[in-house]
Design a protein around this ligand. Structure first.
Ligand SMILES: [Mg+2]
Length: 207
């Protein structure tokens, strides 16, 4: 099977860090549970200049390296790799963050997993004038059977894969979203993701 895994808030606890950073930089009182919009400028009520400073600080290499792993992520992924499945990490982080992101994966036992930076969220939403390693054309040539993603903004990038099973990692900002079809399922942990993948393998074996 070919597996797509998003980085932030799937592999690591980015939003919990951003809540702390917004408190430190702007005296924000927004809690993790109140992180209702995927748009962080809106969540933390930041103007353009504040948002730019926030994103630059939040993407410093030492910050990216320090993000806590979401429990179970690397052990489940390594189990899939050991069973000869292909796993790719497709992140919306810009190319400038690639090295630190690669180092984070390596430090968490995910040396074998390729990492691609792909503009899922629109450049205006992110660090300005960003570069990405994966073009839309190249991304569309990649075929996936199973995906782990937290952002509803990324769902349109699955529309060319009608049989893709998508685990939506449960986060406050995706609780109100309507899933595009019945192949999407909310998952609250990597153990749940692991179970859904095993079920997909059983279904595939039964066909
Ligand atoms: Mg994410």
């Amino acid at each position: 099977m070919n597996i797509y895994v998003d980085f932030d808030d799937c592999l690591c606890e980015s939003a919990r860090y951003y809540v702390r950073l917004a408190a430190e930089m702007f005296n924000s009182r927004v809690t993790y549970e109140e992180f209702r919009f995927f748009d962080m400028a809106k969540t933390f009520s930041l103007n353009e200049e504040q948002f730019d400073r926030f994103m630059i600080r939040g993407h410093a290499p030492e910050v990216l390296l320090s993000l806590e792993e979401t429990p179970g992520a690397s052990s489940v992924i390594n189990e899939w790799l050991a069973d000869s499945h292909q796993v790719s990490v497709i992140t919306g982080r810009p190319l400038v963050a690639w090295e630190a992101s690669r180092a984070w994966l390596d430090a968490h036992g995910l040396q074998q997993v390729p990492l691609f930076c792909f503009d899922k969220y629109g450049r205006d939403n992110f660090i300005k004038n960003s570069d990405f390693s994966l073009s839309l054309e190249d991304y569309r040539k990649m075929k996936f059977d199973f995906a782990v993603e937290d952002s509803p903004k990324a769902f349109p990038f699955f529309s060319h894969l009608p049989s893709l099973r998508v685990c939506v990692f449960d986060r406050p900002w995706n609780r109100d979203c309507v899933f595009p079809n019945e192949n999407y399922a909310r998952c609250r942990s990597w153990q749940e993701i692991r179970s859904r993948f095993s079920a997909l393998l059983r279904d595939a074996g039964a066909c």
